[in-house]
Design a protein around this ligand. Structure first.
Ligand SMILES: NC(=O)c1ccc[n+]([C@@H]2O[C@H](COP(=O)([O-])OP(=O)(O)OC[C@H]3O[C@@H](n4cnc5c(N)ncnc54)[C@H](O)[C@@H]3O)[C@@H](O)[C@H]2O)c1
Length: 425
């Protein structure tokens, strides 16, 4: 199969869809790989490294796109890339898409060109979870706290505090809404600095799991810095009122984010408080949020500083590219080996996790939350029916999915490694 990647052109996006190591794996499996010259520079990978790994280097993106069967990217195509989608007619695009949160015209272009669009963020793992979103969520969780501490400085309009421990001063409060991968990593980072953290989730089972995880990861003393709570309205409102930093990290997979932090919550916050709405790629979960860029990351409403960059990991591209491609490559190898549609059909016959990544196919929206959010249920069709596959009704994690699947998140992986080390010690 012919696979390729092009240089990302979204503002300050430095990640790339394939590393030289990934190219080597694809080539040794017998595939042809095309890479646009300069595509890996932002992540520290030179053209020479790609070429010596077996890639054919191509100057123009259109010359990659017109030849490949699968185009691997990182971010959703932006409007200046839409002409490339015409050259992609009937082919496969494998990337983050966030169709419920970005320019609706992108969905139109994908449908018009009958592109099979596989969105990283809706692929479900064998054990549940979102294995292609998780690595970037780990990165964004750390960055949410790094950015938060930066914008709390006076020169940005912030309240003028650190998130760390300064003797004889009040310790800053971080409130995290959504206790998934982003929220957990943000809470660990802020609490690790010695700050006070309150993290809310709607799911009581997740709340209990987090309490155990924080104790295990931080030890009893530092874990005392974190309160994990189910979102009860009065407690939620009071915590936000006192927050120096608010991190939005709610996700309903593949759907527009619910605006769980309301206008009255924001108005109650102190002047100079900072809001980092990480969930902005799905539309944002905080009143007043709108997407910003790395070039122009912040704005102010009611004296509160908002930072809503939709591609946060793009600025720590070396680590982000490595973590992302580590997760995406096994699925890519499977699609290349079997053919995309065969890989999707085989997933549908098993647990259906990989097939959930397919958002558009043959001119139809096949991921229902996107069709609903975009008010396009007329364009929705059931993927299994379109492909003539009898879906398995129950989830059988042990049987399904793609063989080479990797852990749910770097955090869990680190925890597993630590647990092994503890056992061996
Ligand atoms: N801006 C960026 O650069 C960037 C990078 C990575 C991830 N993200 C985004 O961050 C968001 C979170 O990602 P994640 O991987 O942590 O998702 P996740 O699925 O791991 O976690 C989401 C959590 O939100 C909780 N939740 C759902 N509804 C809620 C509600 N009403 N109140 C409180 N909690 C609620 C869920 O129970 C879950 O625990 C997603 O939108 C993701 O796309 C953005």
């Amino acid at each position: 199969m012919i696979i390729g990647t092009i240089k990302e052109i979204k503002d300050n996006e430095n990640r790339v869809g394939l590393t030289p190591a990934g190219v080597r794996e694809l080539c040794s499996a017998g595939h042809r790989v095309l890479v646009q010259a300069g595509a890996g520079i932002g992540s520290g990978f030179s053209d020479a490294e790609y070429a010596s790994s077996g890639a054919e280097m191509v100057d123009k993106p259109e010359d990659v796109v017109s030849q490949v069967e699968i185009l691997v990217k990182v971010k959703e195509p932006i409007s200046s890339e839409f002409p490339l989608l015409v050259l992609m007619a009937g082919k496969t695009l494998y990337t983050y898409l966030h169709l419920s949160g970005v320019d609706p015209q992108l969905t139109e272009e994908l449908l018009k060109n009958k592109i099979t669009a596989v969105a990283y963020e809706t692929v479900v793992g064998k054990k549940g979870g979102l294995p292609l979103l998780a690595p970037m969520s780990d990165v964004a969780g750390v960055l949410a706290v790094q950015y938060g501490s930066q914008y709390l400085q006076k020169k940005y309009g912030g309240f003028g505090v650190t998130l760390g421990v300064v003797p004889n001063t009040e310790i800053a409060n971080t409130v995290v809404v959504g206790g998934g991968i982003v929220g957990t990593r943000a809470a660990l980072t802020a609490a690790g600095m010695g700050g006070k953290v309150t993290i809310f989730d709607i799911n009581p089972a997740r709340v209990e799991a987090l309490k155990k995880l924080f104790k295990k990861t931080l030890g009893t003393k530092l874990a005392q810095n974190i309160s994990v709570l189910v979102s009860e309205p009065n407690v939620f409102a009071e915590a936000i009122r006192k927050a120096d930093l608010l991190v939005g990290a709610v996700l309903v997979p593949g759907a527009k984010a619910p605006r769980v932090v309301k206008e009255e919550h924001i108005k109650s916050m102190k002047k100079g408080a900072v809001i980092v709405d990480v969930a902005i790629d799905q539309g944002g979960c905080v009143w007043g949020s709108h997407a910003t860029s790395h070039s122009n990351p912040i704005y102010e409403i009611e004296g509160k500083i908002y930072c809503c960059v939709a591609n946060m990991p793009g600025q720590v591209a070396r680590q982000s590219t490595q973590a992302l491609t580590y997760a995406t490559l096994p699925y890519l190898l499977e699609m290349a080996k079997k053919g995309v549609i065969k890989a999707v059909k085989s997933s549908l016959k098993k647990d259906g996790g990989f097939a959930k990544g397919v958002n558009t196919y043959a001119g139809k929206i096949v991921w229902e939350p996107v069709a609903q959010d975009l008010n396009r249920m007329n364009d929705y069709a059931d993927l299994a029916e379109m492909l003539g596959v009898q879906k398995k009704t129950e989830h059988h994690p042990a049987e399904g999915g793609i063989e080479a699947e990797r852990p749910h998140s770097a955090l869990e992986k680190t925890e597993n490694v630590r647990e092994e080390a503890r056992k061996q010690a």
